[in-house]
Design a protein around this ligand. Structure first.
Ligand SMILES: Cc1ncc(COP(=O)(O)O)c(C=O)c1O
Length: 427
């Protein structure tokens, strides 16, 4: 080596020199491009954000320091000293916690740590779904799941919900109908314990029936339990996974809702033959290790006291939100009280198209989730909206709902009374 820099060879100019044209090179079938992020709305009722005041920062700092001092050198190897399933102490904590709270009998070896439970969705979909397949789901459900099915070209059959979650008569009818048409669904996706967006909990008797139908029709269950820690009275039925020792259930969960979503730590509980398939397509050489180590250190000491405190704070915010809606929208906003979680699913009068309301409200700094995006049947979701109450302060909840009522009345003429003051008729 001479040590001197090689002379740079100028790249010849071409006609297209102004800007390189990637558009003509893009792979076919990509989803529409993302929009650039411009910061959060002033009144932010969207997404699954958590309460900033309740992130246990000091204890996380202490956990990070302790675990890095003790085991930091293990970061030298992919997968630490735990292998591709993720940080073993965290998986051991999860096995004990899932036994205690959800009645699940599993060991650390039945748990695969993922980058958020979104990666868990991708891995389960990755081993089971192909274009043209059919799955069954609660009719109103998580947008992240709906988007994945539509991108994969998978037909999602939505099942009606009531105050106790997925209706088993409707599920039986759908399974029967599919069978008559010679279609075997690949799975029944359900968020049975604090459903997104409805906040319902599927009672134990329905769980028994769901498992019976799953076996009768040979369709496995995909159980997404990511809100299961956030229940007001702390009472929950056993997980479907726990109720089916003979298998047929894949269970996923997350630390996003119980600790913090930006950590990006989720997990899958399944039997080895399914996990072995998922591991073979998990192409990231392991999910981020530092956050797993911090959680593995933090959770055994603090999870059990942190979660009830978090839940109490969320419940207080829900009360503020329901109060603000009653005050500002009166009877124009209908909702059932959720059993836990971070969302309220709200029905506005039929005249209100919440996709339009969403656009108008956003222009005024109020972000809501339009129901059409949270339903397998967009027409059914048209006048619904989902409000996340975890992130805004109580003051912001009150001010944001007042501002939303203003926008809604201006656009749609409802609510006709705001804050118990009769408004002038529109027009
Ligand atoms: C039902 C459900 N599943 C999965 C996720 C994904 O969460 P994460 O990837 O943060 O674990 C969410 C997020 O809001 C959700 O609501």
């Amino acid at each position: 080596m001479s040590g001197s820099m090689p002379a740079s060879v100028p790249v010849p100019e071409t006609a297209a020199d102004a800007a390189f044209d990637f558009a003509s090179l893009l792979a076919p079938g990509l989803p529409p491009p993302a929009v650039r992020w411009n910061g959060f709305a002033k009144y932010n009722f969207v997404g699954g954000h958590n309460d900033a005041a309740q992130v246990p920062v000091d204890d996380l700092v202490a956990a990070a320091t302790a675990v890095l001092r003790r085991e930091g050198a293990t970061l030298a190897t992919y997968g630490l000293q735990s292998g591709p399933f993720g940080y073993r102490p965290l998986r051991e904590f999860l096995a004990a916690k899932l036994k205690r709270t959800a009645g699940m009998t599993c060991t650390a070896d039945d748990i695969l740590i993922t980058s958020g439970s979104l990666q868990a969705l991708d891995l389960v979909n990755g081993i089971l779904l192909q274009r043209g397949d059919t799955i069954i789901t609660e009719g109103d459900t998580y947008q992240g799941a709906i988007n994945r099915w539509s991108r994969l070209g998978v037909n999602a059959v939505g099942i009606a919900l009531d105050r106790d979650g997925m209706r088993m008569d409707a599920l039986a009818a759908a399974l029967d109908d599919l069978q008559h048409r010679g279609i075997r669904a690949k799975y029944i996706y359900t968020v049975p314990t604090v459903q997104n967006p409805t906040g319902t909990i599927l009672p134990e008797a329905r769980r028994v029936e769901l498992l019976r139908l799953s076996r009768q029709y040979g369709v496995p269950i995909f159980e997404d339990d990511c809100y299961a820690d956030l229940i007001w009275d702390g009472q929950r039925p056993p997980a479907l996974y726990a109720m089916s020792p003979q298998g047929g259930v894949i269970h996923i969960g997350s630390f996003s809702k119980s600790i913090a979503p930006a950590l990006r730590v989720g997990y899958i509980v399944a039997e080895w033959p399914q996990l072995a398939r998922m591991l073979a397509i998990k192409s990231d050489a392991g999910s981020g290790a530092l956050e797993q180590m911090v959680l593995g250190e933090y959770c055994p000491a603090h999870f059990e006291t942190h979660v009830p405190a978090l839940t109490r704070g969320l419940r207080a915010k829900l009360d503020t939100l329901m109060d603000a809606l009653n005050e500002q929208f009166g009877t124009a906003a209908e909702f059932d009280e959720p059993k836990g979680g971070i969302f309220l699913w709200v029905k506005l009068p039929d005249a209100v198209d919440t996709l339009k309301l969403f656009q108008r409200a956003l222009a005024d700094g109020i972000a809501i989730n339009p129901g059409a995006e949270w339903s397998t049947d967009a027409a059914h979701g048209k006048s619904w909206m989902r409000l996340c109450f975890a992130n805004p302060s109580s003051q912001a909840i009150r001010a944001g709902i007042a501002a939303l009522a203003e926008v809604c009345r201006h656009e749609f003429g409802v609510p006709d009374r705001i804050a118990n003051v009769q408004q002038k008729a529109k027009g």
